[in-house]
Design a protein around this ligand. Structure first.
Ligand SMILES: Cc1ncc(COP(=O)(O)O)c(C=O)c1O
Length: 497
């Protein structure tokens, strides 16, 4: 438990609450003694931090439902023994003790004190996959959309309207797979723009794509089952599959995307990003799509189609989804609002084959609950009114411009041999060099300039790692991109790249 340190009204409430609980039991000891002991314990254990202002005796007496003399007697004793000090007219404060009891006696150790000693082997593997997730910065962060272009005022107004009088059922436990209205408008959108074959019943709203991956891994595979996973591939999906105890088999990605003819063994699941492979930025060819669907039928495998940013396509019309190509029986289509809205929204969705609908709806409630119905209602209205599509269109234009700015800032490096992915879709470019790139050195330099340079090597499962940089260009303005791009070009030149 974090110590209570502030002297705010909220801290006073917490203190009164903690003490009220201590007095609630039926102890034969006198009230002032029990109050004294409880306060002393909280101070000794460091839960009321030094400098914390205690509520006045009048306030404490009222909150605890005891006489003021009881409180004064307890406080007097603490004052006498040096646990608190008092300033005339300013109240009583917790003293700094010479020898407070070790915090370890009470508080669960903070994770940083524990090291990884207490982790399961799966936990340690997940921790190893999580480095870099807490790095700050905006320029070149992969996956972060343009927060500067989001229509906050209309979104705020829609949310306020939906929150004004939420129907009672939105506030209780829900087991519908998400707000029906949101599933309806989303279904129309997916049918029209992504050629997904679906009905609103097939959709389950999740807390982002991440929760969809976790549900799939838990429900459709046994621990130890094989997953064909794109090599290199997305760490979020990898972590979710790993957490379910699955074995990930790196399956090569080339210019045509994942190659199903090079998959090893018989998979239970196959994870793919067909529209714009993360991180290589290639599109799964039609031949590979058909091959993959045939393989899924043959092995009775489920294909996880992660369609995370296909809205942003710059050249040709968006390709139809893999799910919509066949009969959709073996494909679970996963989408997210993290890119087209913003990641903090925490909403995504799954389109399920009909045979799995009921299972996913009920188990997703058991495992994770359904949440944010007013927010889901606001999102449904946002989509319904066309604001969603307008925002996507605006972002698409801006991303085209931002990508062009990145390419021109790196033009000298391209002259020297740097290679950039096609950029025909998505929000990032992959930069590689035939002679390799020193990712760590560039990351160190970038960190000093607020430039986030995520490496390609950690996205590999096998030991054969290509180095490179995953450069997200969506969240930064053209000016920021020009500056960071020029810096990166200079650093590459210094390293002979
Ligand atoms: C390949 C890929 N899939 C999915 C997501 C989105 O995940 P979520 O909805 O959990 O934010 C991302 C985000 O960066 C991504 O890069």
């Amino acid at each position: 438990m974090e110590p209570i340190k502030s002297s705010s009204a909220a801290a006073e409430e917490w203190i009164c609450d903690a003490l009220a609980m201590a007095l609630a039991d039926e102890s034969p000891q006198a009230l002032h003694r029990r109050l004294y002991l409880r306060l002393r314990e909280e101070i000794e254990l460091g839960r009321f931090a030094p400098g914390t202002r205690l509520p006045s005796s009048r306030r404490l007496a009222a909150a605890l439902g005891v006489g003021r003399n009881t409180v004064i007697s307890a406080l007097d004793q603490l004052l006498h023994e040096g646990f608190i000090r008092s300033r005339r007219g300013a109240g009583s404060y917790v003293s700094r003790l010479e020898h407070p009891l070790p915090r370890a006696l009470v508080a669960a150790p903070a994770p940083e004190d524990r090291g990884d000693a207490g982790l399961s082997s799966r936990g340690a593997a997940l921790l190893a996959l999580s480095s870099g997730v807490r790095d700050g910065g905006t320029t070149f962060v992969p996956g972060l959309p343009a927060l500067d272009l989001f229509p906050w005022s209309s979104w705020r107004a829609i949310q306020a309207r939906q929150l004004k009088r939420p129907p009672r059922e939105w506030l209780g436990y829900q087991t519908q797979g998400g707000l029906p209205r949101l599933r309806e408008v989303l279904c129309d959108y997916l049918r029209l723009s992504r050629s997904v074959r679906c009905t609103p019943e097939q959709i389950v709203i999740t807390q982002g794509a991440q929760q969809a991956f976790m549900l799939i891994a838990q429900l459709l595979a046994e621990p130890g089952d094989l997953v064909w996973f794109e090599e290199p591939g997305y760490l979020g999906a990898r972590a979710a599959l790993l957490a379910a105890g699955l074995r990930l088999s790196p399956t090569p990605v080339d210019a045509d995307g994942l190659d199903p003819t090079r998959g090893a063994g018989r998979p239970t699941l196959v994870y793919v990003t067909p529209s714009y492979q993360y991180p290589c930025g290639v599109t799964l060819s039609l031949e590979r799509r058909l091959g993959l669907l045939a393989e899924a039928e043959r092995s009775r495998a489920w294909v996880i189609e992660d369609d995370y940013d296909s809205e942003f396509r710059y050249g040709s019309k968006p390709l139809a989804s893999l799910q919509g190509l066949g009969d959709g029986r073996r494909v679970l289509y996963v989408g997210t609002f993290s890119k087209v809205m913003y990641p903090g929204l925490g909403l995504g969705y799954l389109v399920l084959p009909p045979a799995l609908i009921e299972t996913f709806r009920t188990v997703s409630f058991r495992l994770a609950r359904e949440s944010h119905y007013p927010l889901q209602a606001a999102l449904a209205e946002f989509i319904d009114t066309g604001a969603f599509t307008r925002h996507i269109r605006r972002c698409r234009d801006a991303y085209r411009e931002r990508q062009a700015a990145l390419r021109s800032a790196l033009a000298p490096a391209i002259e020297r041999g740097l290679e950039l992915s096609s950029g025909e879709a998505g929000m990032h470019l992959l930069a590689t060099h035939p002679k390799g790139i020193d990712e760590e050195e560039l990351q160190r330099r970038g960190a000093r300039e607020d430039v986030v340079l995520r490496g390609l090597s950690p996205l590999h499962l096998s030991g054969q790692r290509r180095s490179g940089l995953v450069l997200g260009y969506a969240a930064a303005t053209v000016e920021q991109i020009e500056r960071a791009g020029a810096l990166l070009d200079g650093w590459l030149a210094q390293s002979g790249r």
